[in-house]
Every structure is written in C-alpha cells, then in structure tokens.
Write a protein that binds this ligand. Structure first.
Ligand code: NAI
Ligand code: AKG
Length: 360
C-alpha cells in the first residue's frame, strides 16, 4: 500500500491509520484540506474486502468533502473516516469509543458525523468520548417540533431540490407529476428522497440489497421493485444513485436509459472522465458533492446556532448553484463535474497552505 504516490492522494494533509486491538477497531481518518476551516465529514462503516479498498474510499470521500463545503459556502475543510467492518454485525460501544479516542488525538482538525453504515445512535456513543461530533443534537424543525440531529432528512431535501432544478433545466419540467425516477439504495437518504418524490407525483423504480426497505417502498410509495443490477437500464427520466460510489463507470454508462443523474451517493463517477462520457451520451449529471450538500449544511449550522428557516434556505441554494454549473457547462461545452471542480478550487485554493497551520 502506498500513500504519497497513491492515485487518489491529491495532497491530503493527514491520513491516520487507527488500530485498537481490544475493540477490534481498524479505521482510517483522512483530512484532505483545512484551508477554509476544520475538516468535517462523516464516518462510514463498511466491510471493505481489502485495506486498499478502504484507503481508496476514504481518500476520495475526504477530498469530495473539501469540494462540497467550498461550493456550499461553508467555513469548513474536507475530511472523512472509514471503519473497516460489517455494520450489521461488527458494531459495539467499545469500537465507537475507540474511534472517538483517535478523533480526539486530532484536536478538532477532524469533526465526524453520520455516513453510510453508521447511525445517530453510533455517533452518540462517540460523543461520550469526543466533542468533535455533529449531527446528534436535537433541533427544532419549521413547525417547532423537536427532531433528531440526523442530517439525512436535509440531505434528502437538498437532493429533491436539486433533482427538481435538473428536471426543469434539462427536461423543461415545471413539476414532477409523472416524472419517472429510478433510485438505487433506500437507506437514510434514499428512502426519504423517495417519499418526497412520491408526494410530488413522481413514479418510482427502486432497488436495495436489503429487501425490507424495497418492500416498504412498494407498500408505502407504490414503487416498482427491480433487482440491484437492473436499476441502471430502467427507462426513466432520472437515475438517483443513493448507495455507494463509483457506480457511473465504463460498464454502467452504456446501460443507462435516463436523461438526468441526480442522487445522494458520494463519488458517483468512478473517474472524472466518466462525467465527460455522460455528457457525450446526452445525460445531464448533477455533480454529487453539489446536490448532496444538504447534510453538511445542516450540521454546519448546528455549530453556529441552528435556525431551521435559515438552514432550509441555505439548502435550497443548492438549486441555484446547480443552475450556475449547468449554464456554465453549456456555455463552455464542458462536463458539469469539471465546471463544479473548477468553481470549488477557485474557492479553497485561493491561498496556499500556510506554514503556521502545519505547525499548530
Ligand atoms: N446521510 C447523509 O446525510 C449523507 C449521505 N451521503 C451519501 O449518500 C449515500 C447514502 O447514504 P445513507 O443513506 O446515509 O446510507 P445508508 O447506509 O443509510 O443507505 C445506503 C443504502 O444503500 C444500500 N446499498 C448498498 N449497496 C447497494 C447496491 N449495490 N445496490 C443497491 N443498494 C445498495 C444499502 O443496503 C443501504 O440501504 C452514501 O454514499 C453517503 O455517503 C451524502 C451526503 C450526506
Ligand atoms: O451529512 C453528514 O453526515 C455530514 C456530511 C458528510 O459526511 C457528507 O456530506 O458526506
């Protein structure tokens, strides 16, 4: 395993390998860039086949957070962590407390939150050991009801806003009535997105590797269930990847029968080149880290005083950012991912890493 010459290294500031033999914790924390602020990003738990797979994932995820926070206008840098393990059987309080100890050692340079495979309950266990956790504090919604600190509802709302903007821009749709959407992954975000879409009159095709959620969507949302690998080839208007990354690749792009890609998953493109391929296929891609910024916006507001109306308005700004990217991509004849990257880099690379930051 190499780090400095790793294909995904991209000048990461820190990569911390964490091992606690007592709890069995094996984890990696990656801090990509703290130019705009401390690195905030969720903690994923996944049964990676190899340590290399875990490293590849965490480097890509943490880099994505730098770009996400920059384009969402947040004073935050990018970082992420992964725990190597099966979330269905390897969780224990000791494991999460050990993870929290490692987060403490970074002295606030990395702040964690929920991601695929972890839940608010897991984060609450970490919060017994470290202050550097967000997304767990109860907060009020617009009706004054106290809700859990889970950022997923705001992520799902942001995807809904961004998907609506994309459908308006590319398909000339003023509403979502009858819009055909295929959703891959019905977890914390995917299921809530499905609920928003159903309420707006969209027709849903859904898949998950866990069948309970698929059955629930069939019962509650009149969704049509499809096998995991069949989701790519459904004839729909929008494909919404809401599971894991690298699902837009050489194998899947030729299978797609959708006009728009708008979903929650981080790192949907296996490579930047796949964004170009989507463009050549006439498919509009809503860059993942732009459309899925609702969660980071939600937890970032928690740090400075949570006003539900302000959060909602900030999340709705995702639509305006996407519109700017789509228009710039069209006028520059460029793919949307490359335009988004350029816009984000203009923000966080405005000044090089300052020497005092490395010393602190
Ligand atoms: N939770 C949040 O607020 C945010 C989540 N994201 C990203 O959105 C994605 C989903 O996150 P969550 O909903 O929180 O995770 P989750 O773990 O609750 O849900 C993921 C779902 O995808 C399913 N899945 C995994 N592999 C699959 C496959 N090959 N085919 C079909 N389904 C599959 C899982 O069974 C699970 O139900 C992740 O990529 C995450 O990084 C991004 C921004 C914020
Ligand atoms: O939504 C969260 O849990 C925090 C932000 C994050 O990790 C993400 O946007 O991927």
């Amino acid at each position: 395993m190499s780090i400095f010459s790793h294909h995904e290294y991209d000048q990461h500031e820190n990569v911390l390998f964490c091992h606690d033999p007592i709890s069995g914790l094996k984890a990696i924390i990656a801090i990509h860039n703290t130019e705009l602020g401390p690195a905030l990003g969720g903690c994923r738990m996944w049964p990676y086949a190899t340590d290399d797979d875990a490293l590849y994932d965490v480097l890509r995820l943490s880099r994505g957070m730098t770009y996400k926070s920059a384009l969402a206008g947040l004073p935050l840098g990018g970082g992420k962590s992964v725990i190597i393990g099966d979330p269905r059987q390897d969780k224990s309080p000791e494991l999460f407390m050990a993870m929290a100890e490692f987060i403490n050692r970074l002295g606030g340079r990395y702040i964690t939150a929920e991601d695929a495979g972890t839940s608010v309950e897991d984060l609450k266990i970490m919060a017994q050991t470290t202050d550097h956790v967000v997304g767990i504090a109860p907060k009020k919604d617009l009706q004054g009801n106290i809700k859990s600190g889970d950022p997923s509802p705001m992520t799902a709302y942001g995807i809904f806003v961004g998907l609506s903007t994309s459908a308006k821009y590319y398909l000339d749709r003023s509403d979502l009535e009858g819009l055909r959407v295929a959703i891959q992954g019905l977890g914390h975000v995917g299921y809530r997105l499905a609920e928003h879409l159903h309420k707006a009159g969209a027709k849903l095709w859904v898949t998950d590797i866990q069948t309970e959620q698929v059955e629930r969507a069939q019962d509650e949302l009149e969704a049509i269930a499809v096998e995991p690998d069949a989701i790519y080839s459904q004839t729909v208007d929008v494909f919404a990847p809401c599971a894991l990354g690298a699902v837009l690749n050489d194998r899947t792009i030729p299978l797609l029968n959708a006009s728009v890609i708008a979903g929650a998953a981080n790192n949907q493109l296996q490579d930047e080149l796949h964004g170009d391929k989507l463009r050549h296929h006439g498919i509009l891609y809503a860059p993942d880290y732009v459309i899925n910024a609702g969660g980071i916006i939600d937890v970032a507001h928690e740090r400075t005083g949570y006003d539900p109306l302000q959060v909602k308005q900030h999340v709705e700004g995702i639509g305006d950012t996407l519109l700017e990217i789509f228009q710039r991509a069209d006028s520059e004849q460029a793919s949307t991912n490359r335009v988004a990257n350029q816009m984000a880099e203009e923000r966080f690379r405005s000044c090089p890493i300052k020497p005092h930051k490395l010393a602190s």
